[in-house]
Ligand binder design. Sequence first.
Ligand code: GTP
Length: 309
Amino acid sequence: MSIRMKMILALLFSSLMAINLVAFISHNLVARRLSDELASELSVEVESILTALRESLLLGSLIAALLSVALGLLLGARVSAKLRRLTQAIQNMQKGDFGKPLQLVSRDEVGALVSAFNEMSLEIAQKRDEIQRSHRKLEELAIRDGLTQLHNRRHFDEQLSALGKCPEHAASVSIMIGDIDHFKQVNDRFSHAVGDAVLREVGRILASNTRGSDLVARYGGEEFVIAFRDTDIAQARLICEKLRQRIAEFDWESIQPGLRITMSMGVARQLDEATLEHVVRQADVQLYRAKSQGRNQVCVALQAPPATQ
Ligand SMILES: Nc1nc2c(ncn2[C@@H]2O[C@H](COP(=O)(O)OP(=O)(O)OP(=O)(O)O)[C@@H](O)[C@H]2O)c(=O)[nH]1
């Protein structure tokens, strides 16, 4: 039943009570006047009928009053209980608790309000999920290099500075910077598209031959960088030798007949109180040493045992 119908019902009872009350008062006045003026002529029988009429009107008024109050209280309590639950659900939604339908069956306007609220809450939850998904996607795009899908330099630098804030972790990090040899010639001799395919493949080789805990990133054009966690310089040299070989031995002809790719690498690790940014610069110095010594080789900044091949 709609709230309007319930209100009409309550008003009907109230009017019934009012009519009864008016009838009771009128009857009382008339009866008093009659008994005053015709006291001697009124028979006992008529007087008792008048008294019974007066009592029944009084009783009717009382019953109608009680019913009106009871009905008003009942309807009010039921509607306000439903509205309280709806208000609570709206407050929960304000705190971010979306998408949970309010289980409240009501055939009146409150029911219509609840189903509109449930639809709205579900829609907001879906929109929020969509926004969160695109937000995550944007965050991922912001830290990735579009060509190789490796992390980009900005993300690498941020991660490195975070690592540097924890001295015992920073002390066990080794860093490698690698640069593809004569890459300009690849672009010039074959095409930019072949150059891009080479960059993608080199990125894949580096990522698939390192641990998930290592930070692998494209540092610039044809430059790549890796921060090896929990790795001393000797281990880093061994890993880089393996990476260098994997690149040199890859079947580049499958990309372009006549294509050959090698990479020079410089490796360094933290010494004394040096920052990790300083270690990157040290690795870069070693990279240029590798280039100047003939390319396709790994040079390290510290005395370290030669790689066993
Ligand atoms: N295809 C392609 N080429 C790029 C990209 N970024 C940088 N390059 C090219 O990489 C080349 C780098 O050339 P150089 O810095 O001269 O180095 P190099 O030819 O590799 O010579 P060395 O490092 O001395 O062995 C330039 O020709 C850049 O245009 C890229 O995203 N795609």
